[in-house]
Design a protein around this ligand. Structure first.
Ligand SMILES: O=c1ccn([C@H]2C[C@H](O)[C@@H](COP(=O)(O)OP(=O)(O)OP(=O)(O)O)O2)c(=O)[nH]1
Ligand SMILES: [Mg+2]
Length: 145
C-alpha cells in the first residue's frame, strides 16, 4: 500500500475505491458555485479541489468512468490525463460531452477515476539498427481480424 500526501480543498470526501480491488479512485467535481452544464460537444475543465505529492517514479492517470460514457456520452478529451509526480497544482478533469443532450455536472458528482501507477524514467541509446522481431514494422491490423 502506497501512502500519498494530499490536500483536499473541496468539501467532499477524499477519492475512494468503490470495491475491494478496484484500480481507480473516483474523483468528485468540486463546484462550490453550483452545478455546471456541458452542452453537446462542449468541453470544460472541472476542478476536483485535490492536490497531490506523488512519489518520484509514480504517475496518476485521470480516466473516464464507463457509466457516464455509456449513459451520457461523457468522456475526457485528453484521456488518460497524466498527473506528474512533480505537479502540485489542483487536479482537474477535462470533460467533454459527446452526446446530443446537455449534461449537468453536479457538485460532488463522481466524474472520473484516478489510477496511480509506477513508470520508468528512461535514457535514450541512439542506434542505427533495432533488434529484429517477427512483427517487424507490421501493425494497424497486420495480423488480420
Ligand atoms: O487531466 C489532467 C492532465 C494534467 N493535469 C495537470 C497535472 C499534470 O502534471 C499537468 C501537466 O499536464 P500535461 O503534461 O498533460 O499537460 P501539458 O499540456 O504538457 O502542460 P505542461 O506544459 O504544463 O506539462 O497538468 C491535470 O490536472 N489533469
Ligand atoms: Mg506536459
Amino acid at each position: 500500500m502506497l501512502t500519498i500526501p494530499v490536500i483536499n480543498h473541496s468539501r467532499h470526501p477524499l477519492p475512494e475505491y468503490q470495491t475491494a480491488h478496484a484500480a481507480g479512485l473516483d474523483l468528485r467535481a468540486d463546484l462550490p458555485s453550483g452545478a455546471i452544464t456541458l452542452g453537446p460537444l462542449e468541453r470544460q475543465l472541472v476542478p476536483t479541489g485535490l492536490s497531490l505529492a506523488l512519489p518520484v517514479g509514480y504517475e496518476a492517470q485521470v480516466r473516464p468512468r464507463s457509466g457516464l460514457a455509456y449513459k451520457h456520452g461523457i468522456g475526457i478529451v485528453n484521456s488518460p490525463g497524466t498527473i506528474d509526480a512533480d505537479y502540485r497544482g489542483e487536479i482537474k478533469v477535462l470533460l467533454v460531452n459527446l452526446s446530443n443532450e446537455p449534461f449537468v455536472v453536479q457538485d460532488g458528482e463522481r466524474i472520473a477515476q484516478l489510477v496511480v501507477a509506477r513508470h520508468e524514467t528512461i535514457a535514450w541509446q541512439l542506434v542505427e539498427q533495432l533488434s529484429e522481431t517477427e512483427r517487424g514494422a507490421g501493425g494497424y491490423g497486420s495480423t488480420g481480424k
